[in-house]
Design a protein around this ligand. Structure first.
Ligand code: NAP
Length: 456
């Protein structure tokens, strides 16, 4: 087996870099080292620990151009998407440090026995396994590393294979800035080859993973009683009612559907519009795609780059073809050349079409026309996923009532699906995840409560 993996760019197939192809034996050795280091790390005073965590932010800022350039070549992001990811992540680290500094033990008094008091503090778990996906290799990794380290854990980081060159560069720069190597190990290699060693090791005290639902379910079945934080797939609907501001709806739906070539867990992946508003909305969406995402090509020159690999492009081709066979009308796009998928808008798509039912993860937007709001809600909920959703209507009380009927971890009223800002709670219901992200929630999840009872 070759001991290195060569990572190619989705833009043009050029080599971005090589990374070590680690083995299960390497995983076991890394756990042993991280486990030993963790015991000392949790004894380091909090202020010093948080200063060390702050190095994550300063390294990101100092090397933002270099890291953003790698994100462009390795993932196919536009330069502005890439730089925004790096800088937003540095802010997230700052927020994590601020929030961790504020954490205080909680005191609970026994009402029946005077003077009897329980103090609840938070302890680290041990070694946290952080597994990240390809679409935000920096943000969805460091949003795990920072809270885990801040709470006194050490971290074994398994990045997505496509995304491991930028991860390796970041770690190299971090160590060079003085971050102690013993606290964080990057383990590159194929998830399929390393999964059992990563999850089964007795030193694995928690799995924090973002990725596909199938991978998450495999991890959950294997992990037993180890705490989990899983952010998995989504198939986010946007519901547009007759009284909606259609310009606003079109703008946010298009931004939500096509950014990063639709490869975001919180991308708008299907639209349900009531019939009375459908013709106007479709026209506005078409025009808005032209305005925001007029062309596809090298992301350094076009607003939409490639999808991540050939398999992803093939999936888009299959889904578009199936929708057409089922009677969908192609309003725009529909062509796939290599890994480049034209921004595609499909109208009059039947709800049962796979482009609506599957997480398509590409720049393709199916629009389903419905007779009324009840049908929209029923179809929006007719999925295994439950990440986020958006509702567009001018009637605010009605929007709130509808939000409570949507089976999702978060609902946006008259705005785009997104996880930002990073202190907001972010969670998936149903097959979209387990546990909650968001700065404070992640700090809690990556530690365990410990109660000490004082008797008078
Ligand atoms: P993926 O194929 O599930 O991979 C995610 C990570 O898991 C990668 O690091 C992968 O490594 C690793 N992995 C694969 N098999 C494994 C195993 N058996 N044991 C341990 N680790 C394993 O997902 P992806 O294609 O990178 O990302 C896209 C998916 O992520 C979409 O479904 C998207 O919705 C979801 N996502 C969710 C959120 C959220 O917040 N809910 C955010 C972003 C993305 P390799 O790369 O080496 O296979």
């Amino acid at each position: 087996m070759p001991r290195k993996l060569t990572i190619k760019s989705p833009i043009d197939g050029a080599t971005v870099g090589t990374v070590p192809r680690r083995s299960p034996r390497d995983v076991r050795a890394a756990y042993a080292r991280l486990s030993a280091a963790q015991r000392d790390w949790e004894d380091v005073p909090r202020s010093e620990r948080l200063r060390t965590v702050g190095l994550l932010a300063s390294t990101l800022r100092k090397h933002r151009r270099e890291l953003a350039d790698l994100l462009v070549r390795e993932i196919g992001k536009t330069p502005s998407e890439a730089e925004a990811e790096v800088l937003r992540t540095a802010d997230l680290v700052d927020g994590t440090v601020r929030e961790a500094r504020r954490l205080r033990p909680e005191t609970i008094r026994d009402r029946r026995h005077r003077g009897r008091v329980q103090t609840v503090d938070r302890e680290p778990l041990g070694v946290v396994l952080a597994i990240s996906p390809f679409n935000y290799p920096i943000n969805l990794s460091i949003s795990k590393l920072a809270p885990a380290l801040a709470m006194g854990n050490t971290v074994l980081w398994k990045p997505s294979t496509q995304g491991s060159v930028v991860a390796a560069r970041f770690v190299r720069r971090l160590y060079a800035a003085g971050f102690p190597r013993r606290l964080l190990t990057l383990i590159t290699g194929r998830g399929g080859e390393l999964g059992e060693a990563l999850v089964d090791d007795p030193a694995c005290a928690m799995v924090a993973m973002t990725g596909g639902t199938e991978t998450g379910q495999w991890i959950a079945r294997r992990a037993g009683l180890v705490p989990l934080l899983l952010e998995l797939g989504g198939n986010d609907p946007a519901i547009v009612l007759a009284d909606a501001d259609l310009d606003l709806a079109a703008k946010h739906i298009v931004g939500g559907a096509f950014k990063l070539a639709g490869q975001r867990c919180t991308a708008v992946k299907r639209v349900y519009v009531v019939r009375g508003a459908a013709d106007r909305l479709v026209r506005k969406i078409d025009a808005e795609v032209g305005r925001q995402f007029g062309s596809v090509g090298d992301p350094r020159e076009h607003p939409i780059g490639p999808v991540i690999d050939d398999a992803a492009a093939k999936r888009q081709r299959r889904l578009i073809a199936a929708a057409k066979r089922q009677g969908a009308r192609v309003i725009r796009g529909g062509t796939v050349r290599g890994r480049y998928v034209e921004p595609t808008v499909l109208d009059r798509v039947p709800h049962r079409s796979p482009v609506v039912g599957e997480e398509q993860f590409g720049p393709v937007l199916p629009i389903v026309r419905v007779k009324d709001v009840d049908e929209a809600v029923r179809l929006a909920n007719d999925t295994e996923y439950g990440l986020q959703a958006s509702i567009f209507t001018r009637n605010a009380p009605r929007a709130k009532r509808l939000a409570s009927r949507i089976e999702a971890g978060g609902v946006h009223l008259n705005g785009p699906d997104q996880r930002a800002p990073d202190d907001f709670l972010f969670t998936g219901h149903k097959a979209s995840g387990l546990g909650a992200q968001g700065i404070r929630f992640a700090l809690e999840r990556m530690s365990q409560p410990k109660a000490i009872v004082t008797n008078p």
